[in-house]
Write a protein that binds this ligand. Structure first.
Ligand SMILES: Cc1cc2nc3c(=O)[nH]c(=O)nc-3n(C[C@H](O)[C@H](O)[C@H](O)COP(=O)(O)OP(=O)(O)OC[C@H]3O[C@@H](n4cnc5c(N)ncnc54)[C@H](O)[C@@H]3O)c2cc1C
Length: 409
């Protein structure tokens, strides 16, 4: 049995910052991080394609989803500027890209982890890896945390075990289950920031093609458009705009559809004119060659087929009606959504432990005093673009501070 003032379950983004912020309150408290992976921060070093999109210049409510909006006021207590200041003191300089995404100047996620790791070492935070927390309970004033190799006794307990997304990098349901064992409730969980499954008959031949497009996702009354590179796959669509828009689906596909604009810089009328101008000048006078030099060849052929035409038909015989139909497919290529890819492919978990039973100034449980939580396990999900890590920094920092203040020394 090991004894600590604070035990933190999970050595990811929120757990590491919680450990550091607790030690900033009182350097003498004994803090342990328990991590089931063979090293801490495994997910963190894979963020932002290895570059770590650490936060965003536009931390506003519109970029977050939660069944409880009170959490958002809480960002002010450890905001973007505080994160910049915090990481700046650890040597991590921020670099803002044109789209507002913020990265470490090194463009290396590993440097963010190194900075957090060195600070934990400097502050004498004990880290135990390859130990999975199986259960936790409170007996009297103390928590008993049971792992698959040991037992820990502590005055405060922080659940920073992340969400269910991306199991290869540490994703698990453990955090939810531990918090539920204390009486907390979870909303429905769903994979978010993930690729989307669509009907595939129309796009079978496009597998592996990447193209820039303006993509609109229509889901009931909601409609959102994004520009970027999309990837056609054997199950549907992937690529940055698709991952971003997947948030809107909340894990479901019923009735939703994409409209893809393959030529966003051109209006519908421009596209009609382009087709009129080229219809008499097509190699072998075959429709399959109509879009050479205008669209990716396979996308062009797919557009023609989806307009109900045959690739071997004569381009010169295209009627105005057929040209309108083809132009509509270029500007609004419709693909029905059938679902989203699962947790194993998702970057984050939508939903989580309900926030109404937490004090959103300290992240302390209102059900069990001394119990704290932070990060993805809670019911806050951000857009793609640094918003989820900012939530981990904000909630982790406050949980660490709150727990340290609750520990009497
Ligand atoms: C591929 C990928 C790229 C991403 N890129 C970005 C990005 O660029 N910007 C952004 O804002 N967000 C990004 N995210 C999301 C972001 O990484 C997470 O939202 C964030 O890491 C959540 O922090 P956390 O501390 O709550 O959880 P995590 O960072 O997942 O940490 C939780 C830790 O707890 C451990 N753990 C779980 N259960 C137990 C247990 N029972 N016992 C002990 N340890 C346990 C896990 O192994 C893990 O190390 C990305 C996610 C993925 C998967």
């Amino acid at each position: 049995m090991k004894t600590y003032d604070i035990v933190i379950v999970g050595g990811g983004a929120s757990g590491l910052i919680a450990a550091i912020s607790s030690k900033k309150v009182n350097k003498d408290i004994r803090v342990a991080i328990i991590e089931k992976n063979d090293r801490i921060g495994k997910k963190l070093i894979n963020t932002g394609n290895g570059r770590c999109n650490i936060t965003n210049a536009d931390i506003t409510k519109e970029h977050y989803y939660s069944s409880n909006s009170k959490f958002f006021d809480f960002f002010g207590s450890f905001s973007l500027n505080d994160a910049e200041d915090f990481f700046g003191k650890l040597g991590v300089v921020f670099k803002t890209e044109e789209n507002g995404k913020i990265y470490p100047y090194s463009l290396q996620a590993s440097s963010v982890l190194d900075a957090l790791r060195y600070e934990c070492e400097k502050l004498n935070v004990d880290v135990f890896c390859i130990e999975r927390v199986k259960s936790a309970k409170k007996t009297g004033a103390k928590f008993l945390v049971v792992t698959d190799g040991d037992e820990y006794n502590s005055s405060a307990l922080i659940i920073a075990a992340g969400g269910a997304a991306s199991d290869k990098l540490g994703g698990s349901y453990d955090g939810y289950n531990i918090l539920k064992s204390f009486g907390h409730k979870s909303t429905e969980l769903y994979p978010s920031i993930t690729a989307v499954k669509t009907k595939t008959e129309l796009i079978k031949a496009l597998k592996g093609i990447k193209t820039d497009a303006d993509v609109t996702l229509v889901n009931g009354k909601q409609k959102k458009s994004m520009f970027g590179e999309i990837l056609f796959t054997d199950y549907g669509l992937s690529g940055p705009p698709i991952l971003q828009l997947s948030q809107m689906l909340m894990g479901k596909g019923n009735g939703a559809y994409f409209e893809i604009d393959f030529m966003p810089e051109y209006s519908y009328d421009d596209v009609v004119d382009l087709i009129h101008n080229r219809k008499n000048n097509v190699f072998e006078d075959r429709l399959e060659n109509l879009f050479i030099g205008m669209l990716n060849k396979r996308i062009g052929q797919c557009v023609i087929k989806s307009a109900g035409l045959n690739l071997s038909d004569a381009a010169s015989l295209l009627t105005d009606k057929q040209i309108s139909s083809v132009a509509s497919k270029i500007k609004k290529f419709r693909l029905e959504v059938t679902g989203v890819r699962g947790f194993e492919y998702a970057q984050v978990t939508g939903g989580g432990i309900e926030l109404n039973k937490f004090d959103c100034t300290t992240m302390q449980s209102l059900i069990c005093s001394g119990l704290y939580s932070c990060g993805e396990v809670l019911d806050v999900t951000g857009d793609c673009g640094g918003f989820n890590l900012q939530w981990a920094w904000t909630s982790g920092y406050k949980a660490g501070q709150g727990a340290a203040k609750s520990v009497k020394k």
